[in-house]
Ligand binder design. Structure first.
Ligand code: HEM
Length: 526
């Protein structure tokens, strides 16, 4: 019997089931077809732009590795677990016969320059190429423009380097500043003693970073921070400087592809949060100076520049300071220079040198002898500025760490790989500070020494950085002998933390045993 149509309306039933089928069908279309179409679209654009770039490289006779979708070069497949250095180093090694090689990182084309002579030609002799660092902040991102490292506006770059010249000058290191370093040394010794007395090792990264952050905080900003007790305020600002990893990668991608598109404004390298935090910090410092007088440090320099007509640059740049002096946004950028460019570079040289010296007791002993002799020569029983300035062999050790790598624009150089290339260095994997002795450095091709960069954008702070690192290492070696505890061999590219974009921190803590020395340097004869 047919159902009663009034109770069981046939037509609506039909429509409702077919309607729900349609909904399911539509949902499937949306779930499957739309994303597939999007991926296909991205793929086509990817292939098209890669093919265009490849044909340009072919025309210019530049050898290249064809891209694999979506990572670019397949060396990047390890990116989530390893530092980008691993991928770059692999590309360097895979192309041993080439002077330069093109490759893709996702869809971004890069040229890795392998031959040091070519590096010198491009980066040292051709200012235009050297000027572009690859990160291209928009002109109105004043803070980032004034953070010298990322500056893409020539006038701002010249101005920033010139304003900061007194800060980079080694003459700022005097007995007074050395006294501040000594405060940090005493705190570090106290920190090492606590675990040592209960038979535990010390984390090299931790003491190195605290030492550098606290010293820079005191020296430049007059802020007496003690990172062993609580995180220094400038460290908190530093922590928010770089966006979290995924945003940072997106920012880098957006900057390479669409440097001027406002839509990617939110994916910028320098986070808004850190700009605000730095602004607040600087304002507080300046107010304090108004009330309590000057200290002759970086904050005072900024304060002077704030009100001064400081440039006669015949420039049409929007960043021209003529008649205005520095404004707060420019000062924020310049303050970041000290934190971003200085802190990690010096801290990584410090802890990596400790690690290497713990692995090479013969070099460690030589540094200790040099320190003891220095103290005896100057008739002192503790480190002084003059003793540290005499430590030639220690300086060679600091240079010998050679872990730094430079990431330029679409042009890239990898000092890490060049420094380990047997073509240029005998026994490249050995820690041989004598490579950097004054005699040997003279015979070494200058273009192979890239620890501080090369050309007009070479590191302006390296003298200061080496001095801080020398004080750090010397103050430890005059009191202790180092024994490796965790890493029993030199670090390779794969041992570095993937979360660090350019500077290298080891993935796992480098633990070192500090064994007190029994010698009294004043009475030791050598
Ligand atoms: C001893 C430790 C240091 C090392 C190994 C080091 C290394 C480098 C390298 C390799 C570059 C070039 C980066 C590139 O081209 O991508 C650089 C640039 C720079 N460094 Fe250092 N650096 C050190 C200490 C410092 C210190 C203490 C400061 C600041 C107080 C500083 C400030 C800068 C600045 C501002 C730049 C950018 C220069 C420009 O683009 O014109 N560095 N550094």
């Amino acid at each position: 019997m047919l159902p009663n149509s009034a109770e069981h309306p046939v037509v609506p039933q039909f429509w409702s089931s077919s309607g729900s089928n349609m909904v399911v069908l539509l949902t499937l279309v949306i779930i499957l077809i739309v994303p597939s179409a999007l991926i296909l679209g991205v793929y086509v654009i990817y292939r098209w732009s890669a093919a265009r770039r490849a044909s340009q490289w072919r025309r210019c006779n530049i050898p290249f590795s064809p891209p694999t979708f979506p990572l670019g070069h397949d060396a990047f497949s390890c990116l989530t677990s390893a530092s980008p250095l691993v991928a770059f180093d692999r590309i360097y090694r895979e192309n041993a016969d080439e002077d330069l090689v093109g490759f893709f990182a996702t869809s971004c084309p890069f040229i890795l320059i392998r031959d040091p002579r070519l590096i010198q030609r491009v980066f040292a002799k051709s200012f235009d190429k050297a000027f572009q660092t690859g990160i291209v902040p928009p002109e109105n991102d004043i803070e980032t423009q004034f953070t010298i490292n990322f500056c893409s506006d020539r006038t701002a770059w010249r101005q920033s380097r010139s304003i900061m010249a007194p800060v980079f000058s080694a003459t700022r290191l005097n007995d007074l500043t050395f006294g501040k370093l000594k405060t940090q040394v005493n705190r570090m010794w106290r920190h090492i003693e606590e675990p040592r007395l209960v038979g535990q090792p010390t984390k090299a990264q931790f003491i190195a970073r605290n030492f550098v952050v606290d010293f820079l905080s005191t020296w430049h900003f007059g802020e007496d921070s003690n990172s062993y007790r609580e995180t220094a305020q400038i460290e908190q600002i530093c922590e928010t400087y770089y966006e979290p990893r995924i945003r940072r990668l997106l920012a880098f991608w957006a900057q390479v592809h669409f440097p001027s598109l406002q839509i990617f404004e939110s994916f910028r390298f320098t986070s808004q949060k850190s700009k605000h935090a730095m602004g607040k910090f600087l304002r507080r410092k300046m107010d304090h100076r108004m009330a309590h007088g000057n200290c002759g440090d970086f904050v005072d320099l900024m304060k002077r520049m704030q009100s001064k007509t400081c440039w006669n640059a015949q420039s049409t740049s929007t960043l021209d300071l003529e008649d205005e002096g520095l404004n707060m946004r420019q000062m924020i950028g310049l303050s970041f220079v000290l934190l971003v460019a200085g802190t990690d570079a010096v801290a990584s040289v410090c802890h990596l040198t400790l690690h290497l010296l713990s692995l090479y007791p013969e070099h460690q002993k030589k540094v200790q002898q040099e320190i003891d002799q220095g103290m005896a020569k100057h008739g002192v029983s503790e480190l002084t500025l003059s003793v540290v300035q005499d430590l030639q062999f220690l300086e060679q050790c600091l240079m010998g760490t050679r872990y730094k790598f430079r990431k330029g624009d679409k042009l890239m150089i990898i000092p890490y790989s060049i420094n380990r290339d047997p073509k240029y260095f005998k026994n490249p994997d050995d820690f041989e500070p004598d490579r950097f002795s004054p005699e040997n450095r003279g015979s070494m091709p200058p273009e192979t020494f890239l620890t501080f960069g090369i050309g007009p954008r070479k590191c302006p702070g390296y003298r200061i950085g080496l001095h801080i690192a020398a004080t750090f290492v010397a103050s430890l070696l005059c009191k202790y002998t180092l024994k490796p505890c965790s890493h029993l061999r030199q670090l390779g590219a794969a041992d570095f933390d993937p979360l660090w974009f350019s500077l290298q921190y080891a993935k796992n803590s480098i633990l070192i045993d500090f064994v007190p020395r029994v010698v009294n340097p004043m009475t030791t004869e050598h």
